[in-house]
Write a protein that binds this ligand. Structure first.
Ligand SMILES: [Zn+2]
Ligand SMILES: [Zn+2]
Length: 416
């Protein structure tokens, strides 16, 4: 669990350690789950070095087996294998009922605080991050975080990829902006989330999937799991938008035959700066991918792998907007950007581009965890390609470190 940390603490120096917790009596709405595996997404690297009081058990997106249930719990039974999802699904709140259970109001917030599950030996109360605490040998989540899965052929490590990054990436293609067959999809960033988006686009029948990623090993995996083209954004960076738009012109410019207007190619409209201009009519806004999925985000720590063109994460957001065709969909799911970005006001007000900012793009945990685990079971979704390193609990800092360094794709803390 993490405690208080001064600013700029390194992961290895973080005041975070394995502690023994004496549990409180079980709440009627909570479940006791013996943890098998917990994914380590990039968000955790920032949380590990944060300043928290009282201490919190880290981890979200974990898998385990139910050991006990509170008196009001109906969704799970003792012995069930359960994904404890990053986002709850209560099925009853305003946002669940309006198709955004990924914004379920059972998420922790001002009026829905983290509540202690027990105490340290000195009496200090202990919270669970996100009310789930996936780095604990036991998790004590509320029922609405628990998504039972009924598969015997998928390992807990693979299932743990669904609890946060896998569901988020698949959600970009299944959720509020579902990818249509034969479409052009661009995925910016190929960490575990982006690689899940690539696979979702493939599963949904996209014909062209262009993956943009600075790290060579991640580009190679993107190809393995479905990208039809991979691009290093550090090569010819200023022409990236124009190059990709050119790849998404379609087979004909015959407007009366269903084609796109190629008037003013993306390349021809490029000024000396290399930044394409939009809104002035120079480039047909029909040119561009049907879907752009942005999964880059800002660097919390400097990577030890290839560094992207903009550590703040702003440039990929700009690209996502510029790339998208009129009537296309921009889905953004990343975090930790520093700064602001701008778009032409006329496009924002009237440009017909659809923007879908995360959280998980409409993923419904109770429905989709079973759906997504079936995709793993049938070989349609490759979760092993995302879970590239496992660590025991006493090496959790090392798991966080390789994720911060971006020297692995996805890490998992496993419990024996
Ligand atoms: Zn809800
Ligand atoms: Zn996460």
């Amino acid at each position: 669990m993490t405690f208080e940390n001064p600013p700029n603490t390194s992961i290895q120096a973080a005041n975070a350690s394995v502690q023994t917790v004496t549990l409180r009596a079980l709440d009627a709405d909570r479940v006791v789950i013996r943890t098998e595996a917990c994914q380590v997404c990039y968000t955790l690297t920032r949380q590990a070095v944060g300043n928290y009081k009282p201490p919190r058990i880290m981890g979200h997106g974990a898998v385990g087996v139910v050991e006990a249930i509170g008196s009001r719990v109906r969704r799970v039974e003792v012995g069930d294998r359960v994904i404890v999802a990053n986002t709850p699904y209560c099925g009853q709140c305003y946002l669940c009922l309006r198709g955004r259970p990924d914004r379920c109001q059972m998420l922790p917030g001002q009026n829905n605080p983290l509540l202690p599950i027990g105490t340290l030996s000195d009496g200090t109360e202990v919270l669970q991050w996100n009310n789930e605490g996936g780095f604990g040998e036991l998790m004590i989540p509320y029922e609405w975080y628990c998504m039972p899965v009924f598969t015997n052929n998928v390992s807990p490590v693979e299932l743990s990829m669904l609890g946060c990054v896998g569901a988020c990436g698949l959600g970009t293609t299944f959720g509020v902006a579902p990818v249509e067959p034969a479409s052009d999809v661009v995925v910016l960033g190929c960490g575990p989330l982006g690689l899940s988006a690539v696979q979702g686009a493939r599963i949904k029948g996209a014909s062209q999937i262009i993956a943009v990623e600075p790290i060579a090993t991640r580009r190679a995996v993107a190809r393995q799991v479905g990208a039809t083209t991979v691009i290093d954004p550090n090569v010819d960076t200023n022409n990236l938008v124009a190059r990709i738009k050119d790849m998404c012109k379609g087979p004909t410019d015959r407007k009366f035959a269903g084609g796109r207007d190629w008037t003013g190619t993306a390349g021809a409209a490029r000024p000396a700066s290399g930044v394409p201009q939009f809104g002035g009519g120079a480039i047909s806004t029909a040119i561009g991918p049907d879907y752009v999925i942005e999964a880059v985000g800002g660097d919390t720590f400097p990577p030890k792998a290839e560094v992207g063109p903009d550590p703040t994460g702003i440039l990929p957001l700009q690209w996502a907007w510029q790339l998208c065709s009129s009537a296309g969909h921009v889905t953004t799911v990343s975090v930790a950007q520093v700064g602001n970005f701008s778009v032409p006001a006329g496009q924002w007000s009237n440009g017909s581009k659809n923007h879908h900012p995360g959280n998980m793009n409409g993923v419904s945990g109770l429905r989709d965890m079973q759906r997504f685990s079936r995709l793993i079971e049938t070989g349609q979704f490759n979760a092993k390609a995302l879970a590239t390193a496992t660590f025991p609990l006493d090496r959790a800092k090392d798991a966080l470190q390789v994720v911060a360094d971006r020297t692995t794709i996805g890490a998992v803390v496993v419990f024996s």
